[in-house]
Design a protein around this ligand. Structure first.
Ligand code: ADP
Ligand code: MG
Ligand code: MG
Length: 898
C-alpha cells in the first residue's frame, strides 16, 4: 500500500477527490500540480499513516514510511536541483498539517526546515543574500521551537518566549518592524532563541535535518490528538480515526527581497459574493506575515486598492507610492496570478481561497480551497455560477447551506464594529440576529426606553407582550427550546438564553457578571448568532433580501415535493411567513392570543369561575376576540390551510402571581383577594407539563372547546361571505388515548354543525390531532380511523420520549453534550434514532388505516435542515416552522428531494 503521494512539475500521484486519504490541502496540491499550476514539489503522507502511528507508535511508523519518504525527498531534490541537508546547495522544506476538513487546533506549519549552523552558510552564499538566510533561520527556530518542541504553552496569556526576545531586541535597537533587524541582529536572535530552547526543554536544538523532519512529522500526528483538536472534533462529530495527513514541500521564498513577496487571494468576494478577484499581499514577507497584521498588507487589484484607500482614508498619491496594488507594482506576475485564479475557479466550479508566493519574480501557488463565505455571499455565488453556466440548477441549490440562510433573515451587527466589541458573557444563540438596547428587567417595562433588552432569569407567557416590544431577549436560564427561545424565534427576535454566568437581581434591577454590575438603563448588545453578550452599543445593519435570494427560493420550490408551512399565532406572523413562501399554517397556538392585556382579564375570569355558567359567561367575552383573530389569520393565508390548535397550556400559566394583579383581578370580579389566592394555589401543579393541560382541559371544560370551535367556524363563514376561502384544520393537543380524541371530536363536530345550522351555510374543515405523547404514536392506527390528519408535536414528543423536562434540561443537557453522552440537543435536532422511530411508526400505522392521511410536523424541528430531510424520507406531507425559518425549510425540502 502507498503511504506517500508525490506531486510537482505538472505531475501528481493523487488528486482532489482523495481528500479522505490526503487531507484537503494535500489533495488540492496534487490536483493543482496535475493541471499545470506551479506548486513547489513535495509529497503527502496519508491520513492512514496517522492512524497507524496512533496504534504502533513512532519507531514502527518511521520504519514503515522511511524508504518512501527518502525516495520522495530525492524526487524534490532532483526537481529543485538542490539537496536536503547539503552545506553548499541546500534544499529547505515546509511541513504542513492537513486533515479532511480544515480544523483549528491542528499543528501550525513549520517553514524553512533543514537549516543548521552549517547549512545556513551555504544558503547565504548560494543566494548571495545573507539577510534573507538569517531571517529564514530565525523564523525556522521560532516555528520549530513553538510547534514541535512545545516552547509555546497552550494558555493564551503566556506570550511566546521568542516574541519576548524579539520585542526586547527591538526596544534595545529602537525599531518597530521585523524587517528593520540587521543581519547581526538576526544572528543574535538565532543564538538567543537556541539558548531559550535549551533552557526550557533541557535539550539542544536538533541540528540534523532528518531528525528535524521526523520531529515535525510526528508533531503533526500528535496534534490530531491535542486538546484543542479533540475538542473541535467532538464538537463537530469528526471521528478520531480520520487522522491528519502531513504535507512536505520545497520552500519557496517570499522573503528574498523587493522582488519577492507572499499573499492570499479569493476568486470572488467572500463577504458579498461579488464576482471580483481580490486579496492582499506583502513584499519581502513569508508565510503568515500577511494575516499576522504587523504590517499593512496591500491589495492585489487596483480596484481593490482604490476601495481600500477610500476606507482607510489614504490619499491617492500616498496610496500609489506606499501601497500600490500587485496589479500596478508587478503587472506580469499579476497577469499570471489572474490566469491561475480563473483557471482554478473554473476547474473547481466554486469560489477559491488561494495562497501564493513570488520568489525573485517567479510565482508559486501554495494552496487552494473552496473559500469560506457569508450567507449572503453563499447565495449570490451559487446563483451567479448557475447563470454563468458553471454549475447546474440542482448544484446551485445544493451549494446553499440551509442554516446559513438565517443570516439573511435577521438584522446583523456590522462586522467591523463587532471586532472592537467587549464580550462580557456568552449564552445559547437561541434566536439569531443583532440587538442593541437598554437593560430592563420586567416585561411591562419593555417600553421604558426606545430600544430595550428584556433581561430575565427566565420568561413566561405573561411576558409575551414585553418580549414583542423589546429589541432583544436575554435569559439566565433555559435552553434552546425554553419559552424565551421558542417565542423569540417565532418573532424573529434576537435572543440569548441560558447565560448561566449572569446573576440577575430583580430587586436592585441589576445584572452582575464577572464581578461587574450593570444597571437598568445600561446599554448592552446581543449577538443572537453566536450567543455573545456585549457591553454597550454595537452598530447594526438591516438585512437585505437580495434578488439572488428570491431566485434561490424560486428554484427550491421547483424541486421540493414536501410542503413547508409555518407556525403563526397572529395575522402579522402569518403575513411574514407568506412573504417567505409558507404554504399554509401548521400550528396556530390559540393561547398566545389570550395574553394581551384586555383579553387576559376575560381569560382569568373564565379560569377563576366556579360554575359552568360563570365560565360560559367569560367565554362569551372571549369568543368575539378569538373569532376576529382567526378572521385575520385566515385572511392573511388566502385559502391556504390553517391548523388551529385548541387550548394547550396548564391554566396556572394564565392566572396572576403578583399581589398587585391579584388584587385588581379580585376587584374586577367582585370577589375577595383571598378567593383569588386560593384559586391560584389550587391550580398550582407539581409537574404542570404532565398535568392539567392539552385535551385534558377540553375534556374537563368542554365549553372551552365549544367556544374555540365556534370562533374558528364562524370566522371561516364570515370570510366566505367576503369571498375569501378559509381552510381550517382543528387540532386536538396532547391526545394519548383514542377516547380522548373521540370525546373532543364529538364536541367539535356538534358545535360546528350547530353553527352551520344557525348560519344556514357550511364550510369544509378537518379535525385532527397532535401526536406528541408516545402512547398516541403506539395506537396511531386506531386514532387515524377518526382523525383527518396527524401533526407531530416533536417538542413534547421528545420531552416525553426522553423523559427530559424541556424547562429543566438546560441544567444537564450542556454537560451531556460536553461529555459526548448526547451528540446534539434533541430539542434542536430531531433524534432520528429514537424519537424518529415513533414518528415513522405512527406515520406507517396511521396510513395503514387511512392511506391518504395528511401528516406533518409542527415542533421546533420543522425548521432544522437535517430534521426536514428526515421528514421527507418518512413521507410527511409538510413541515411547519417559525416564519423566519420558512426559507430554510423550503431549501432543505428541495435538497432532500434532489
Ligand atoms: P494553514 O493551514 O494554517 O494555512 P499552511 O500550511 O497553509 O497553514 O502554511 C502557513 C503559511 O506558510 C501559508 O502562508 C503558506 O502559504 C506558507 N507556506 C507553506 N508552505 C510553504 C512553502 N513550501 N514555501 C513557502 N511558503 C509556504
Ligand atoms: Mg494555508
Ligand atoms: Mg405540545
Amino acid at each position: 500500500k502507498t503511504r506517500v503521494y508525490k506531486f510537482g512539475n505538472n505531475f501528481a500521484d493523487g488528486n482532489s477527490k482523495m481528500k479522505n486519504l490526503l487531507g484537503g490541502k494535500g489533495a488540492n496540491l496534487a490536483e493543482m500540480s496535475a493541471i499545470g499550476i506551479p506548486v513547489p514539489p513535495g509529497f503527502t503522507i496519508t491520513t492512514e499513516v496517522c492512524t497507524e502511528y496512533n496504534l504502533l507508535g513512532k519507531d514502527k511508523v518511521v520504519d514503515l514510511i522511511k524508504t518512501e519518504i527518502e525516495e520522495a525527498i530525492f524526487n524534490i531534490e532532483s526537481l529543485m536541483g538542490s539537496k536536503f541537508g547539503d552545506k553548499d546547495n541546500p534544499l529547505l522544506i515546509s511541513v504542513r498539517s492537513g486533515a479532511r476538513v480544515s480544523m483549528p487546533g491542528m499543528m501550525d506549519t513549520v517553514l524553512n526546515l533543514g537549516l543548521n549552523d552549517d547549512v545556513i552558510i551555504g544558503l547565504a552564499t548560494k543566494t548571495g543574500n545573507e539577510r534573507f538566510a538569517w531571517d529564514s533561520y530565525r523564523r525556522f527556530i521560532q516555528m520549530y521551537g513553538d510547534v514541535v518542541l512545545g516552547m509555546k504553552s497552550e494558555s493564551k496569556e503566556d506570550i511566546d518566549p521568542f516574541e519576548e526576545i524579539m520585542e526586547h531586541l527591538k526596544d534595545k535597537r529602537g525599531i518597530k518592524l521585523d524587517t528593520e533587524f540587521s543581519v547581526q541582529d538576526l544572528k543574535d536572535l538565532v543564538y538567543d532563541f537556541k539558548d531559550a530552547v535549551k533552557k526550557r526543554t533541557g535539550h539542544d536544538f536538533p541540528t540534523d535535518p532528518w531528525e528535524q523532519l521526523w520531529g515535525a512529522v510526528i508533531a503533526v500526528f500528535n496534534s490530531w490528538n491535542g486538546d484543542r483538536a479533540v475538542y473541535y472534533r467532538n464538537m463537530h462529530g469528526y471521528p478520531a480515526d480520520w487522522g491528519t495527513a502531513v504535507n512536505v514541500q520545497a520552500m519557496v521564498y517570499g522573503n528574498m527581497g523587493d522582488n519577492s513577496g507572499t499573499g492570499v487571494c479569493f476568486t470572488r468576494d467572500a463577504g458579498t459574493g461579488e464576482d471580483v478577484f481580490n486579496g492582499e499581499y506583502l513584499i519581502n514577507a513569508q508565510g503568515e506575515d500577511v494575516v499576522a497584521g504587523t504590517r499593512t498588507p496591500q491589495q492585489i487589484t487596483k480596484l481593490g486598492s482604490l476601495r481600500w484607500a477610500e476606507l482607510a482614508k489614504v490619499e491617492e498619491a500616498e496610496r500609489a507610492e506606499n501601497y500600490p496594488s500587485l496589479e500596478e507594482l508587478m503587472p506580469e506576475i499579476f497577469k499570471e496570478l489572474n490566469g491561475y485564479q480563473e483557471k482554478l475557479e473554473k476547474h473547481y466550479k466554486d469560489m477559491q481561497d488561494m495562497e501564493f508566493t513570488m520568489q525573485d519574480g517567479k510565482l508559486w501557488i501554495l494552496q487552494t480551497r473552496n473559500g469560506k463565505r457569508t450567507g449572503a455571499a453563499m447565495v449570490k455565488i451559487a446563483m451567479d455560477m448557475f447563470k454563468q453556466s458553471l454549475i447546474s440548477e440542482k448544484e446551485a441549490l445544493l451549494r446553499i447551506e440551509p442554516s446559513k440562510l438565517d443570516e439573511l433573515l435577521h438584522p446583523v451587527f456590522d462586522p467591523k464594529a463587532l471586532k472592537k466589541a467587549n464580550v462580557i458573557a456568552q449564552g445559547l444563540p437561541a434566536s439569531p440576529g443583532a440587538a442593541t438596547g437598554q437593560l430592563v428587567f420586567f416585561a411591562d417595562e419593555a417600553n421604558k426606553y426606545k430600544y430595550t433588552i428584556l433581561t430575565r432569569i427566565e420568561t413566561s407567557p405573561e411576558d409575551l407582550e414585553g418580549m414583542n416590544i423589546a429589541r432583544g431577549i436575554l435569559t439566565a436560564r433555559g435552553g434552546m427550546t425554553s419559552h424565551a427561545a421558542v417565542v423569540a424565534r417565532g418573532m424573529g427576535k434576537c435572543c440569548i438564553s441560558g447565560a448561566g454566568a449572569l446573576t440577575i437581581n430583580y430587586k436592585t434591577r441589576t445584572l452582575k457578571v464577572d464581578g461587574k454590575e450593570y444597571h437598568e438603563g445600561d446599554w448592552i448588545s446581543l449577538n443572537g448568532s453566536t450567543g455573545n453578550i456585549i457591553e454597550g452599543k454595537v452598530a447594526t445593519s438591516e438585512p437585505e433580501l437580495s434578488g439572488e435570494f428570491a431566485e434561490i427560493m424560486k428554484l427550491s420550490d421547483k424541486y421540493a415535493t414536501m410542503q413547508v408551512r409555518t407556525n403563526a399565532d397572529t395575522p402579522k406572523d402569518a403575513k411574514i411567513a407568506r412573504s417567505f413562501g409558507a404554504q399554509g399554517i401548521g400550528l396556530t397556538r390559540t393561547e398566545h392570543m389570550f395574553f394581551e392585556v384586555d383579553r387576559i382579564k376575560a381569560m382569568r375570569e373564565m379560569i377563576l369561575a366556579d360554575t359552568v355558567k360563570g365560565r360560559k359567561h367569560a367565554l362569551e367575552d372571549l369568543l368575539p376576540m378569538q373569532r376576529s383573530d382567526f378572521e385575520g389569520i385566515f385572511e392573511a393565508m388566502q385559502g391556504l390551510p390553517v391548523t388551529v390548535r385548541l387550548l394547550d397550556p396548564p391554566l396556572h400559566e394564565f392566572v396572576p402571581h403578583q399581589l398587585e394583579t391579584q388584587r385588581s383581578l379580585a376587584e374586577d370580579m367582585h370577589i375577595t383577594l383571598e378567593a383569588v389566592k386560593i384559586k391560584v394555589a389550587e391550580l398550582e401543579e407539581f409537574n404542570p407539563m404532565l398535568g392539567h393541560r392539552g385535551c385534558r382541559l377540553g375534556i374537563t371544560y368542554p365549553e372551552i372547546t365549544e367556544m374555540q370551535t365556534r370562533a374558528v367556524i364562524e370566522a371561516a363563514l364570515n370570510l366566505k361571505e367576503k369571498g375569501i376561502v378559509a381552510k381550517p384544520e382543528i387540532m386536538v393537543p396532547l391526545v394519548g388515548t383514542l377516547a380522548e380524541f373521540e370525546s373532543q371530536e364529538a364536541v367539535i363536530r356538534e358545535t360546528a354543525n350547530k353553527v352551520f345550522e344557525e348560519r344556514n351555510d357550511r364550510i369544509e374543515f378537518l379535525i385532527g390531532t397532535m401526536i406528541e405523547i408516545p402512547r398516541a404514536a403506539l395506537i396511531a392506527n386506531k386514532i387515524a380511523k377518526y382523525a383527518d390528519f396527524f401533526s407531530f408535536g416533536t417538542n413534547d414528543l421528545t420531552q416525553m420520549a426522553f423523559g427530559y423536562s424541556r424547562d429543566d434540561a438546560g441544567k444537564f443537557l450542556p454537560i451531556y453534550i460536553e461529555k459526548g453522552i448526547l451528540k446534539v440537543d434533541p430539542f434542536e435536532v430531531l433524534d432520528q434514532e429514537g424519537v424518529g422511530q415513533l414518528v415513522e411508526m405512527a406515520t406507517q400505522l396511521g396510513r395503514s388505516e387511512k392511506p391518504n392521511l395528511k401528516v406533518g410536523i409542527c415542533g421546533e424541528h420543522g425548521g432544522d435542515p437535517s430534521s426536514v430531510e428526515f421528514c421527507y424520507r418518512t413521507g410527511l406531507n409538510y413541515v411547519s416552522c417559525s416564519p423566519y425559518r420558512v426559507p430554510i425549510a423550503r431549501l432543505a425540502s428541495a435538497q432532500a428531494a434532489i
